[in-house]
Design a protein around this ligand. Structure first.
Ligand SMILES: [Zn+2]
Ligand SMILES: [Zn+2]
Length: 351
């Protein structure tokens, strides 16, 4: 099959690799129709995730059709149209039984190499999905591929972060980073009851997009903290969503937060330590929440928002490329010339 791989740091290739096979009774094989390039794939691209082997598919976002299943799979059948979480979860361990799927004993990430479970990536024609019953979700017909591709990571990550911000009606919410997750966090913050959403970014056209969604744009420069205070009667934001995943962004998130604020961090950090002043956190009574989205736990509300037309994440898509042009897609995305790149992998069989 064809797949995107990382022959060396900073270079993605589309090459022929061997097909994945069912390995366990609870596996499914999914024929990918649409994949996508995500901000966290750039950590792989730039070598910040160690151990990613050449010749192994990368990527973790996918919509596809179930091709075959192991005898232990109960919830899916060949032919089902699905998307799925960027990590697998067993559904049976202590954490899964409590709905804490991101902490599953068996969890691995697709396309992040052996340090994260060694699962093959989804920027490929076929992908093996372990624990299919708890990793995949069926897509209703009214959800398009372009919407569905965002369910397994970007939209669920934004939803999880905003939910954990515990927005109260009337709150002023600051969103640091107006990339795909940040822009969805803007829309979701309003849905969760924010009266005002302030979007911070360095890239002017991302701020324009945030503004078109109703946010007040603020350039993330030396005056950003002063501007946010000015927009919030001198107090700072009630809730801050950090959607970048970089130490500087988290620092800014803490600076624009008022006392007793909740800062909910959704970005993928690769730093060993973060510049969080515990003295300041103590003095300001901050609540800081950070972590990988518990995707499987928010499938239900996210699918419902889409079927009810409350949110339109497909508007983020700026580029659609065939899989073979994936290497170019990575370049465009890395240079911030693209907001969301979809990869058209194969056509769904007509039913
Ligand atoms: Zn992703
Ligand atoms: Zn589990």
């Amino acid at each position: 099959m064809k797949a995107l791989t990382l022959p060396e740091v900073g270079r993605v290739a589309c090459e022929e690799v061997s097909n994945p096979q069912l390995q366990h009774s609870r596996d499914a094989l999914v024929r990918v129709t649409t994949s996508a390039i995500c901000g966290s794939d750039l950590h792989v691209y730039h070598g910040r995730i160690q151990g990613v082997e050449p010749g192994v598919p990368i990527g973790h976002e996918y919509v596809g059709i179930v091709e075959s299943i192991g005898e232990g799979v109960r919830r899916f059948r060949p032919g089902d149209r699905v998307t799925g979480s960027f990590f697998n979860a067993c559904g049976h361990c202590w954490a899964c039984q409590r709905g804490l799927f991101s902490q599953c004993d068996q969890a691995g990430l697709f396309g992040f190499g052996p340090r994260f479970g060694g699962l093959g990536g989804t920027q490929a024609e076929l992908v093996r999905i372990p624990d299919a019953d708890y990793t995949l979700v069926a897509l209703p017909e009214e959800i398009s591929d372009e919407q569905g591709i965002l369910v397994g990571d970007v939209l669920s990550t934004a939803y999880f972060a905003v939910q954990r911000g515990e927005i109260r009606p009337g709150d002023a919410v600051a969103v640091v980073g107006a990339g795909p997750v940040g822009l969805l966090a803007v829309e979701l913050s309003f849905i969760f009851g924010a009266a005002q959403v302030i979007a911070l970014d360095r890239v002017p056209n991302r701020l324009m997009r945030a503004e078109s969604l109703g946010a007040t744009p603020v350039a993330a420069d030396a005056n950003a903290v002063k501007r946010v205070r000015g927009l919030t009667r001198g107090r700072g934001a009630d809730v801050v969503i950090e959607a970048v995943g970089h130490a500087d962004a988290l620092k800014l998130a803490l600076q624009v937060a008022r006392g007793f604020a909740t800062i909910s961090a959704a970005g993928v950090y690769t730093e060993n330590a973060l510049p969080v002043s515990m003295g300041r956190a103590f003095a300001k009574d901050f609540t800081l929440r950070a972590g990988m989205a518990n995707v499987q736990a928010v499938f239900g509300p996210v699918i419902e928002l889409l079927t009810r037309g409350r949110i339109h994440p497909e508007r983020l898509v700026t580029h659609r490329l065939p899989l073979a042009e994936g290497p170019h897609g990575y370049q465009l995305f890395d240079q911030r010339q693209a907001l969301k790149v979809l990869l058209e992998v194969s056509r769904a069989p007509s039913r």
